[in-house]
Design a protein around this ligand. Sequence first.
Ligand code: 8YV
Length: 315
Amino acid sequence: MSKPQVLQIGPYPDWDQAPLDAAFTMHRYFEATDRAALLAQVGPQVRAIATRGELGADAAMIAACPALEIISVYGVGYDAVDLAACRARGIRVTNTPDVLTADVADLGVAMMLVQARGMIGAEAWVRDGSWAARGLYPLKTRVWGKRAGILGLGRIGFEVGKRLAGFDMDIAYCDVAARDDTPGWRFVADPVTLAHEVDFLFVTLAASPATRHIVSHEVIAALGPEGMIINISRASNIDEGALLDALESGTLGSAALDVFEGEPALNPRFLALPNVLVQPHHASGTVETRKAMGKLLRDNLSAHFAGHDLPSPVL
Ligand code: 8YV
């Protein structure tokens, strides 16, 4: 029997590519010089799309694959997949939850510490000779004991909270409803009030059209000139224009961001700002987690073509 044909939207490490190539006929969309021509040529035979969280699959791509049965996402976020188009055609969708939760939380907390304590500037202070020539590095902000807010207390938000508890922080969270399984963390019903009441605001909610710009001009203003936003979710959750304005004017203290509108080409205004820590969307980027994500992506595809239950279905 011939191998199922799979449209591959982005690259994977060799340890995933080799087994994918062995099990399926992989069409590398991201390598094609003429992507439209590739889609027109192989689309009719494609039974699966293998994609990445930030790349997804839009309505036009799905429409170009009339025999499509499943979209397997390498990532927990599936906001870039057109779910309505999938629902309409009974196309299955899978993602890679759980395996990346702790790493994403780790990076979020690391970003808070690095930014609050000015570690990037401190590193440069040592390397460029400022320590010897200019003396002591400027004092920075304390983290422990401060007030942290978590916007979106899902799997990742909860792991962030567990880590922040280790810094004796006062922890509040905002979500659609209060949870009864937190160790005393305070529920706050709306994002503006949450921002008013915290020093550090972690954005950890799954992105959807309903959460677009949930971190609004008002939320940013409520956080204030001493406040910090840490975003390890999706850029669309924040009004990026309002964020840039606030960082430039100083009405928001600082930000630590792993995600950007239009990434990897981010707005150059970010690069001119001294009060932003920028990261290349790598919160899940450890060897261990990426191996687990790749295995789950492949397990979902294999289960589908074997007629078994999907390990981690979204649809
Ligand atoms: C990316 C992510 O998917 O899990 C998510 O939703 O955004 C990340 O893990 C990762 O960079 C792989 O593309």
